[in-house]
Design a protein around this ligand. Structure first.
Ligand code: ADP
Ligand code: MG
Length: 490
């Protein structure tokens, strides 16, 4: 594989999966488990507090009686402890000899009674001392016989003096067990989940990266100029969408490629024919015995061929400039009528040769926003066609008008009409064997569209007519007619 281990999509995704899961479990482990532990402890403490509050008066009256026996006291203490499942140790406060309030360290305790008749009793004198001093219940933690305990010391008063402290204690072992159980299960689940994430992430990512690689290879083929079969689109997700776009791109590129090759082939053919013919005539002219009249005839034909070559070269140059987008257009308000009159004037000799006259309908103040030179070029192409592709004496009308907010310029003739109103705009399309190379209308359309305009042909038995539409204001809606549909790829 060309990628470093960490640079492959597959490994990255698997690692990301892994990372997210690890983070999730860490949060559970570091926040939820300790929270659970302290919640359980709080609950136990709350239980002890409730117990202490409920049994306070019982203990006070029990310890307050002068005539109470040790057995009675033990039985009372055991009853309270048993009812709540906690251990209760009753501590007596040793009388201090000194006057005034003693400090916490100075208070001494002795065991008065314990709910379990054992020699060892849990004592937490510091908690008891604080309870005695503050006269309020004080919670605490301790260990006894290897067990963790939660404790509550409650002062018991006798005639306004704290004589006893009840120390309630309860084992935390069951809570610790619960926490350990949860922690172990969590660790096990994390292990399994991480493994699954690693394998699953790896597999998912592998499938993804396989599809990406297929696209990459396809793109490499296309980049190398080889066109491949469309890639299969096997899903509707983003990658499927990308594959579809890739296929479409390839289709377009292929079309452009074919059109380019066709164009080059046709152009070189168009160039070769007159050059060969010229070569032939040159050879013939080298013959010394040629009479003057034949020589003249040959020279005339040669001049015609040269003119055709010149026109072709200019047209090809125009088209390639248009294709490369290097034709700079300067759009300005142009009086279409005035411009058309000038161009029609240029054609006076050709019109005379054609044995006809131009009928002009050119009102003033038909303004279009366009490039004057380029529009003049389009007008010349249309007028040239109307005279070139129609029989002598054919009536030709040139008109300008406003149409739906656009400026329109029309050349209409009464000639044979058009074989196909779309095809005439194709590059190198020539309907009759006259001298043109079939580039005029292709250039005209390209120019019109560059100026946000359009050009459309109509041609029945009554003759052909070509209409150029141009915007009258910036960003003026482009009047799309049939002209922009069904164009050949070029
Ligand atoms: N006014 C017209 N009347 C009849 N046919 C026309 C007319 N204008 C164009 N055509 C047809 O369209 C073809 C393409 O025109 P054009 O692109 O100008 O190329 P060219 O004039 O060099 O042949 C012409 O060969 C001709 O067959
Ligand atoms: Mg032409």
């Amino acid at each position: 594989m060309r990628f470093g281990a960490l640079h492959s999509l597959r490994n990255k995704l698997a690692l990301v999966f892994l990372g997210i899961l690890a983070a999730a479990f860490s949060v559970l482990y570091l926040f939820v488990v300790p929270q659970l532990e302290s919640n359980l402890q709080q609950r136990k403490l709350a239980d002890l507090e409730r117990l202490a509050t409920n049994s306070r008066s019982t203990l006070e009256s029990l310890t307050g009686r002068r005539d109470v026996t040790a057995d009675e006291l033990n039985a009372g203490v055991r009853a309270i402890a048993d009812a709540a499942g906690a251990r209760l140790t009753l501590l007596g406060v040793q009388q201090s000899d000194r006057a005034g309030d003693p400090s916490a360290e100075e208070i001494r305790f002795y065991v008065v009674s314990d709910s379990r008749d054992e020699l060892q009793v849990p004592r937490n004198d510091s908690v008891a001392a604080r309870a005695a001093l503050t006269r309020k219940p004080v919670p605490g933690r301790g260990t006894f016989g290897g067990e963790q305990l939660v404790e509550l010391a409650q002062p018991i008063s006798y005639r306004g003096r704290i004589a006893r402290v009840a120390l309630y204690s309860q084992s935390l072992d069951d809570a610790t067990q619960t926490v350990t159980f949860v922690r172990d299960r969590l660790l096990a689940a994390a292990g399994v989940a991480l493994l699954l994430a690693l394998v699953g992430g790896y597999l998912v990512a592998q499938a993804l990266s396989r599809r990406v690689r297929r696209l990459e290879q396809g793109a490499q083929e296309v980049a190398a100029g080889r066109f491949i079969e469309p890639l299969p689109v096997d899903s509707q997700d983003e990658l499927g969408q990308l594959t579809r776009t890739f296929n479409e791109m390839q289709r377009q590129l292929r079309r452009v490629d074919i059109a380019r090759k066709e164009f080059v082939a046709t152009a070189s053919h168009e160039l070769r024919t007159p050059i060969f013919s010229l070569g032939g005539f040159v050879e013939l002219l080298q013959d010394e015995d040629l009479d003057e009249e034949t020589r003249r005839e040959f020279l005339d034909t040669m001049a015609e061929q040269v003119e055709r070559l010149q026109k072709l070269a200019v047209d090809l140059l125009d088209l390639s400039r248009l294709d490369a987008g290097s034709v700079a257009l300067e759009c300005e308000p142009v009086d279409l009528g005035a411009l058309a009159r000038t161009i029609a004037g240029e054609f006076r000799p050709a019109v005379a040769r054609h044995d006809t006259e131009l009928e002009l309908h050119l009102p003033s103040r038909i303004q279009a926003l366009c490039d004057r030179e380029r529009v003049a070029q389009i007008m010349r192409i249309l007028l040239d066609n109307a005279l070139r592709h129609t029989p002598e004496g054919t009536h030709v009308t040139v008109s300008a008008e406003r149409q739906n907010g656009a400026a329109a310029f029309t050349v209409a003739d009464e000639g044979p009409g058009l074989p196909d109103e779309q095809q005439v705009f194709d590059r190198f399309y020539t309907g009759d064997a006259t001298r043109g190379a079939g580039l005029g209308l292709a250039i005209a359309r390209e120019l019109a569209e560059r100026m946000d305009g359009s050009i459309a042909a109509a041609g029945g038995a009554a003759g052909a007519s070509f209409t150029l539409r141009l915007p009258t204001q910036p960003g003026g809606a482009r009047r799309t007619t049939a002209s922009s549909q069904g164009r050949s790829a070029s």
